[in-house]
Write a protein that binds this ligand. Structure first.
Ligand SMILES: NC(=O)c1ccc[n+]([C@@H]2O[C@H](COP(=O)([O-])OP(=O)(O)OC[C@H]3O[C@@H](n4cnc5c(N)ncnc54)[C@H](OP(=O)(O)O)[C@@H]3O)[C@@H](O)[C@H]2O)c1
Length: 231
């Protein structure tokens, strides 16, 4: 039985896949770019990957058929395209929806028949953008909010067939250098630990939604009443 992690050639997905492997799980990466994880000697027995663009339903279908027995999916692959609604290119809108939302749906529809036979866990790597929308974020926020709906609908449809699902609404993660002090941010491996803990929960426990944020973000020196002016 394998755990699928999409987009694990870098960033959060790579961190999640590494922690899963180090905790004894068998991981299959669905990546459109080859991962360095495939070249790590100690991971040879526990990691393999399939070339897959998650925005292409046919590629997702073939990849899941190739994996066969899937015990869990971590739908992580995602892109960020920003711009005011009237300026955002149609391509940026469509790419965002195709990857961040349609990609999650394509995965869900391929793995659900397998999950319904053996049980399974579907985890969506979401974002605070889902509940704190912001200017220039229509494509990202809408696509991330949609992932939450898929999780809730999946639970309503399939919980009696031993299917569990969680939407992880995630705050800031340090996945590359942006300059400045980023030591307060979550690390990709922290999300790996969250995923492992979810997978280890007793099977009678269902957590549809989890908000994961840095414990100590940079202090905001505005007092509470002042913050109101920025809403
Ligand atoms: N970083 C944060 O602070 C943060 C916060 C909240 C939520 N998130 C979410 O966490 C997830 C990962 O983000 P990240 O920060 O790790 O981003 P990242 O470093 O840009 O990595 C994105 C990953 O997704 C893959 N990917 C993108 N489109 C794909 C497609 N069509 N098919 C297959 N793989 C695809 C990328 O592959 P390529 O290398 O081929 O492009 C890459 O592996 C995203 O869903 C994002 O929304 C991130």
């Amino acid at each position: 039985m394998s755990i699928i992690v999409t987009g694990c050639n870098r960033g959060i997905g790579e961190g999640i896949a590494s922690v899963l492997i180090n905790n004894g799980y068998q991981v299959t990466g669905l990546n459109r770019t080859r991962s360095a994880l495939a070249d790590i000697d100690e991971f040879v027995q526990s990691y393999d990957e399939i070339n897959c663009d998650v925005s292409d339903p046919e590629q997702v279908k073939k990849a899941i058929a190739k994996v066969g027995n899937v015990e869990a999916v971590v739908a992580n692959a995602g892109i960020r395209r920003f711009g005011n609604i009237e300026d955002l290119s149609l391509k940026d809108w469509q790419d965002s929806i195709n990857t961040n939302l349609n990609g999650v749906f394509y995965l869900a529809r391929e793995v659900l028949p397998i999950f319904k036979q053996f049980g399974g866990y579907f985890i969506v790597i979401g974002s605070h953008a889902e509940k704190y929308p912001f200017g220039q974020g229509s494509a990202y926020c809408a696509s991330k909010l949609g992932g939450r709906a898929i999780v809730d609908c999946m639970i309503d449809e399939a919980r009696w067939d031993n299917v569990r699902a969680t939407y992880l609404s995630i705050g800031s993660v340090k996945n590359r250098e942006h300059g400045g002090d980023e030591s307060w941010k979550l690390k990709p491996e922290d999300l790996g630990k969250v995923v492992v803990n979810l997978l280890k929960l007793p099977k009678n426990v269902l957590i549809p939604y989890m908000d994961v944020r840095p414990a100590k973000p940079l202090r905001d020196d505005k007092d509470s009443i002042e913050k109101l002016q920025f809403v």
